[in-house]
Design a protein around this ligand. Structure first.
Ligand SMILES: [Mn+2]
Length: 387
């Protein structure tokens, strides 16, 4: 039985124009506003090549706008948009005639709204003026969606899975090898949902550029959301955790011309920005509790806002909101107790404030700032960093 187009690994081979910049972004996850800000930040123009390495949809509230922005840009600019596993997930549920699979999406939608503020299905219903209710006619709703959003669904359905150029290969999750023709035509989950790709130990003769797995998960010391470039093994991880983490950012890696070994990046997010009003010295000792290793023992709950927990023998102060009350002894997020180095005037992305302490991102690094803040000026800039 042949696979529907969105499930089939589609390989596109091309060559980018010599001497022109290559911009790479992944995991936009329904964050159209941050995506557009990021393109402006990178001064994206008609001479550039833009590659979007999958996961356009979900975990944000502007999935439709992301799709439409990319459709529009593709008409006027050189843009390659690739498929991601979340795109396949949602698309598969909207395009299937299997009532049970379809129902998965309808029952998952309220959970997505609860956690992320919305989902593509609800965005579509809202635009059509169809109220989203528990007892709605799911088959009829999907029929309406397929008619109303035919251009968007068509665009998504035929997205390529792997983009291969002489200097670089792009794929959402990863590839087991570069014999790409052997992968073409097979179920795309093998390369889209290749979790933890960098830990595979694989290395390649040319760069393999991926999204999917937030780069911060490969780091042990600091919660650093910047892209991760592994020069020895030729792997470039783009994902700044946008949408997946409330503390995430959207990264754009810039290569000055195809084949160049010089990479830089800019980032954006849609968090409120504040300006620090005081210097702060960094903590000398700190802990980063990773999401995949978040079992703790609560030592003290004396403070209404913070708890003292023990994690692998280390004492860590975490906000009470990070304790997972449904799973005692577990945190509901990854977190750090790192006190950031801050200078008065520094701009910070504010994630949340707990009892006067600000959980912020400064220059891609997550941590706490305990001084006073003021709203940041409108014309704030995030500088371009070298990788
Ligand atoms: Mn993904």
């Amino acid at each position: 039985m042949s696979l529907p187009p969105y499930l089939e690994t589609r390989l596109v081979q091309t060559e980018f124009p010599a001497g022109q910049r290559v911009l790479m972004i992944s995991d936009i996850h329904g964050h159209a506003t941050a995506f557009k800000k990021l393109l402006r930040r990178a001064a994206f123009g008609p001479k550039d090549t833009l590659v979007v390495v999958g996961d356009l949809l979900e975990k944000g509230t502007e999935s439709l706008a992301v799709v439409r922005t990319l459709m529009d840009l593709s008409r006027t600019h050189r843009v390659y948009t690739l498929m991601g596993n979340m795109d396949v997930f949602t698309l598969g549920k909207l395009l299937t005639d299997d009532a049970e699979k379809r129902h998965t999406l309808f029952s998952y939608a309220p959970l997505m709204k609860n956690w992320w503020g919305g989902c593509l299905l609800m965005e579509m219903c809202r635009e059509m003026g169809v109220p989203f209710t528990a007892d709605m006619d799911e088959a009829e709703t999907v029929r309406l969606i397929r008619a109303h959003f035919a251009p968007e669904l068509h665009f998504l359905e035929w997205l390529p899975t792997i983009l291969d150029t002489p200097d670089m290969t792009f794929v959402h999750g990863g590839v087991p090898h570069l014999r790409l023709h052997e992968l073409a035509g097979k179920d795309c989950h093998a390369v889209l949902k290749l979790d933890d790709f960098l830990s595979s130990g694989l290395s390649f003769p040319k760069y393999v550029t991926v999204g999917h797995w937030p780069a911060v998960l490969y780091r042990d010391d600091l919660m650093d959301m910047s892209p991760l470039l592994c020069r020895e093994r030729h792997i470039l991880c783009l994902d700044g955790g946008c949408g997946v983490k409330k503390s995430g950012q959207l990264n754009c890696v810039i290569q000055p011309f195809p084949g160049s070994g010089d990479f830089s990046f800019v980032w954006e997010d849609d968090l409120p920005r504040v300006t620090a009003l005081q210097d702060q010295r960094p903590s000398s000792d700190h802990t980063y509790i990773k999401f995949h290793d978040r079992q703790v023992t609560v030592l003290s709950r004396d403070d209404p806002d913070f708890a003292l927990v023990s994690w692998h023998g280390k004492k860590v102060r975490v906000p009470v909101s990070a304790l997972d009350f449904e799973h005692p002894g577990q945190l509901n997020t990854d977190i750090t107790d790192y006190l950031l180095p801050v200078r008065a005037g520094d701009e910070l992305s504010l994630i949340r404030t707990v009892a006067g302490r600000h959980y912020v991102r400064r220059d891609c690094i997550l941590g706490w700032y305990c001084g006073p803040v003021a709203p940041a000026a409108e014309s704030s800039v995030t500088p371009e960093h070298a990788l």
